[in-house]
Design a protein around this ligand. Structure first.
Ligand code: BGC
Ligand code: ZN
Length: 372
């Protein structure tokens, strides 16, 4: 079968002919890949900055944002059945008995660092025709989400962040009037940094959680981003026209920041303008650039005197995938056009290399590996 593989030692990226996998345990399912989304991590792997092949192998099949259709299941499978649309999770547990997180199925919190990740770290990914996976790592998606379901994985980043945010903000045990069912973010202001797929999906998740949402981003060449932000009832503030300070003045106190840019300079500038009891969530993974100047005294003072929390969040648990599938359904109902316009390009598998190595613009570009 065809697969897109990176050879880190040789610094090569090509289509390879990889042996088609077959089921090896009664609880596994064989899945035909339909859509695979391409993100910054994939581009870093494709340019040899990141990514590790499985032990003893020369190449890594890349791709971790998946949508597939179950072709066959083993006799022990209880959750998935033939014909189901499924999204596979990315991270697999480490093998160390002392890792409490992995032993509890929470490898997103792995202590040892010996976890593996499909398409990223020591396990083949999804940019290929067929995949075999244990059913416990598969999440069923309703058919009517077929065209946007590949957005589930990037949305899990927001879901895991929100789960942690609610836990942290339990420290503020008051609601604000009127107490209605507008969601736990009701009467609070969230700021999203960046209008890429992670930022836009994060903005939608914050919006349905009840927040008043502002997205601060460069407009780039892709004008549709601010249309999407408008359509979901959030406010777009262009970074080329407003400095961080002007933006902060414009919107007033910020309760939550969802960082989805991966640029530390912008992030720390925003941390300096956070309000009382604010929470700042990091989700981006910056490359190493030259050190920047940060006024650490201001930040430390404010963190103490204003009860601020800064946390980072990586990967996702099964619950976050289920939450993402549910919320994607809500997005579809509320903003069908805006949601669909997050996916700006679909390319056949033969064009995946080009997609990974050039800048096609747009928001989320997807490899349509096959159609049902
Ligand atoms: C993926 C995560 C992964 C992280 C680090 C991200 O692009 O979405 O699943 O944990 O990269 O490898
Ligand atoms: Zn990703």
């Amino acid at each position: 079968m065809k697969a897109v593989a990176v050879f880190p030692a040789k610094r090569e990226l090509h289509l390879v002919d990889h042996p088609e996998p077959s089921r090896e345990s009664p609880t596994q399912a064989k899945v035909r890949m339909l859509d695979v989304g391409i993100c910054g991590t994939d581009k870093e792997i494709a340019s040899f900055q990141y990514g590790t092949p499985p032990e003893g192998e020369e190449y890594l099949i890349i791709g971790h944002e998946s949508l597939g259709e179950v072709l066959e299941v083993g006799p022990g499978a209880q959750k998935v059945k033939e014909g189901d649309l499924v999204i596979a999770t990315v991270r697999r547990p480490c093998a160390r008995p002392e890792c409490q997180a992995c032993r509890q199925g929470r490898q997103d919190f792995c202590y040892t660092g010996d976890f593996t990740e499909r398409g990223i770290k020591q396990r083949h990914g999804y940019l290929t025709e067929f995949v075999v996976e244990e059913e416990q790592y598969l999440n069923i998606v309703p058919r009517d989400l077929r065209d946007v379901a590949v957005l589930v994985e990037p949305l899990t980043i927001a879901e895991k962040s929100l789960t942690q945010l609610w836990q942290i903000q339990q420290r503020l045990p008051w609601g604000c009037a009127p107490a209605d069912d507008n969601g736990p973010g009701h009467c609070h202001h969230a700021l999203v940094l960046g209008a890429g797929p992670v930022g836009l999906l994060g903005a939608m998740a914050l919006k349905i959680a009840g927040f008043d949402v502002t997205v601060y981003s460069r407009t780039h060449s892709h004008a549709d981003k601010d249309d999407i932000v408008d359509a979901i009832g959030a406010r777009f503030i262009p970074a080329e026209k407003y400095s961080v300070e002007q933006m902060a003045k414009e919107i007033g106190p910020i309760d939550v920041v969802y960082e989805a840019v991966g640029a530390s300079s912008l992030a720390f500038e925003v941390i300096e303008v956070l309000g009382p009891n604010a929470v700042f969530i990091f989700t981006g993974v910056p490359g190493r650039k030259a050190p920047i100047k940060v006024d650490t005294d201001v930040i430390m003072r404010d963190m103490v005197l204003k009860n601020q929390v800064v946390f980072g969040s990586v990967n996702a648990a099964p619950k976050n995938f289920q939450d993402a599938i549910r919320d994607l359904g809500t997005f579809r109902q509320r903003w069908p056009t805006a949601l669909s316009s997050v996916i700006t390009g679909r390319f056949p598998l033969d064009q995946a290399i080009d997609l990974l190595t050039s800048d096609k613009g747009g928001i989320k570009n997807v490899v349509a590996v096959s159609s049902e």
